[in-house]
Ligand binder design. Sequence first.
Ligand code: NAD
Length: 297
Amino acid sequence: MTTAERAPARPLAGPPAAAALLGEAARRAQALPTTPNLALVRVGEDPASVSYVKGKAKKAAEVGLRSQVHALPEHTTAAELLTLIHTLNANDDVHGILVQLPLPAHLDPQPALLALDPRKDVDGLHPVSTGLLWSAQPGLRPCTPAGVMALLAHYEVPVAGSRAVIVGRSVLVGRPMAALLLNASATVTVAHSRTPDLGAVTRDADLLIVAAGQAHLITPDMVKPGATVIDVGINRVPTGDGRGRLTGDVHPDVGLVAGALTPVPGGVGPMTVAQLLMNTVLAAERQHVEVHGELVR
Ligand code: NAD
C-alpha cells in the first residue's frame, strides 16, 4: 500500500487521557483521610518556571489536592535551599516535594535533588526512585515517561512483546522511558545523537517514542507503516511574526505512514502535569500506609 492509500494516523490526543488520569487521582485523593499536599519549590523569577509552577498549583486545586508555592529569591544560597527541603521533608503534612528546574546558574540541582526524601520525590528523579524503577520495584516514576505509559494504556496500545524504539537518552525522558517499557515487557532499543543511521533503527519500531528536542527529526521514511508514534518533543520554531509556534520532533507527514500519532501541542504535554498529581496521590497513599497500615478504598 502506498502512503497515499493509507488512512491518516489515529490521533492520540492528550487531554482525554489526562482527564482520565486526573479523575483517578481525584478519586484516590478523596479516599484518603488527609488531602494530599504538594510543595512546589521555585528559585528566582525565570518566566517559564513561574508559569509552570502556577499551572501545577492550579491543576492541583482543580483535582482537589492542596499545594503551596515556596518562591525563593534569585540570590538564594545552596544552604538556604537545602534548609527548606529538610523542613519540607520533616513536615508530615507535606506528601510531595517538587523542585522546579532549572535552578539559577549558581545553584547545582544535584544536592537539592539528593536532599529530597525519596518518599516525597514526586518528580521521580532521586537516585532511589531511579534504582527502584530499574529494578522493577514500586516507586515514584518520572512524570513525562510515566505519563506516556498512561497515554498508551488509555488508548489500549499494546506494549508487551512490541518492538519499542526510543530516540533520546536523557535522564528526564529517554532513560526512564526505556525502563518503563522494559518493565512492561517491550523489547527496547534506545537511540541517541551518536546512533549511526537513525532511520534504520526507528524503522524497526512498532512503538516509536521520540524525545530528542529536534524539530521534525523523524520523517515518514523513518517510520514503519502502521507504527504507533509518540512525539515528546516541544520545539518553538520561528513564524515570522516573532511569536513562534510549537512543534514536535516528528514531521507532520509521519501521520500518513503511522497507525497512531500524538499531536504537538496537545499530546504528551498534558500527561506530564496529570502524572505529577497522580504521583502526589501515590506518595500520600504510601505515607499513609506506612503510618496507619493498609488503605481501604
Ligand atoms: P535532552 O536535550 O536532555 O535530551 C535529548 C536527547 O536526544 C539526547 O539524549 C540526545 O542524544 C538525543 N538527540 C538529540 N539530537 C538527536 C538526533 N539528531 N538524533 C538522535 N538523537 C538525538 O532533552 P529532554 O529533556 O529529554 O527533552 C527532549 C524533548 O522533549 C524536548 O523537546 C523537550 O522540550 C521535550 N519534553 C517534553 C515534555 C512534555 O511534557 N511533553 C517533558 C520533557 C521534555
